[in-house]
Design a protein around this ligand. Structure first.
Ligand code: B12
Length: 234
């Protein structure tokens, strides 16, 4: 990586860590001007800063107010980059229902996944956070959704994903289902009957596309068998 790019990406990460939104906006603008790939600006710059923030939270150096200011800073940078993300305009847009399951209000990661899928040409219906199980099922049914994306960051709410998946299947809805979030592993995703899992937003786009191209996308943690395509009416 050339030195200037390295410097700008570090600056973006540092701006998030230091809760400095004007600096994030300036560095993001510079990154765009220097033609750094918009996805790299988000994943290797802003989101990398947020990863460090998570560590600081775990080490009890940062607390709730800091976390929220860091997230605002990341979002300020993303807003600069967003218009520059390559927008894929597919004719047959797949409908995606996305949300964070009941009991969980963490939505920073879900929002990143949403932005990436939106730019990749999916039609997004965002149910938000702390979403009742039935809301996923009802919305997927009403919209005849192609994909339902479930997010959670807490071990205490993981099991809710399984409830949603079972309810969707029991209702005869044929939407594919992708899961993700901090405590979710490929093994857990497979066990609860999900069609796909991704460890981050960039992977989520690859996996989502793979689900509709009838191809196996190599997943993180070496579980490509997880992407199985459920045939309609099966
Ligand atoms: C930020 C944060 C908060 C913020 C949330 C702000 C917000 N609007 O989201 C605030 C301060 C409000 C908060 C509150 C709480 N938090 Co908190 N929080 C975090 C923290 C530090 C970072 C999470 C984050 O945003 N990461 C950044 C994003 C970009 O990463 P991500 O969410 O993992 O998302 C990526 C991937 O997971 C994936 N992904 C995510 N969703 C999906 C979905 C799909 C379909 C796919 C494919 C991929 C995918 O892609 C994303 C982008 O790359 C984590 C620590 C950690 N290590 O995760 C704790 C953490 C999640 N929190 C925790 C806890 C306990 C809480 C509280 C209960 C604290 C309290 N006592 O009040 C409350 C939750 C209340 C509730 N009921 O929801 C615990 C959970 C422990 C557990 N049991 O599992 C953690 C792990 C901290 C800890 N070690 O204790 N928290």
């Amino acid at each position: 990586m050339d030195a200037n790019k390295h410097k700008i990406l570090n600056d973006l990460a540092q701006a998030v860590i230091e809760m400095d939104a004007p600096r994030a906006v300036k560095a993001a603008t510079e990154a765009i001007y220097c033609k750094i790939d918009p996805y790299e600006i988000i994943t290797d710059g802003l989101a990398r800063g947020m990863d460090k923030v998570n560590e600081l939270f775990e080490q009890e150096e940062y607390f709730v107010p800091e976390i929220l200011l860091c997230a605002d800073t990341m979002n300020a940078g993303i807003e600069v980059v967003r218009p520059h993300l390559p927008k894929e305009n597919t004719r047959d847009k797949k409908k995606v229902v996305i949300g964070v399951v009941k009991g969980d209000t963490h939505d920073i990661g879900k929002n990143l996944v949403k932005i990436m899928l939106d730019n990749a040409g999916f039609e997004i219906y965002d149910l938000g956070r702390n979403v009742p199980y039935a809301k996923f099922v009802d919305t997927a049914g009403e919209l005849n959704a192609d994909l339902v994306c479930l997010s959670t960051l807490m071990t205490t709410t993981m099991d809710g994903m399984q409830v949603v998946i079972e309810d969707i299947k029991n209702a005869g809805i044929v939407s594919r289902i992708m899961v993700g979030g901090g405590p979710i592993s490929p093994g857990f995703a497979k066990r609860i009957g999900a069609d796909g899992y991704a460890k981050n937003a960039a992977e989520a786009v690859k996996v989502a596309k793979g689900l509709f191209q009838n191809i196996h996308v190599p997943l993180t943690f070496k579980t490509p068998e997880l992407v199985r395509v459920r045939k309609k009416n099966s």
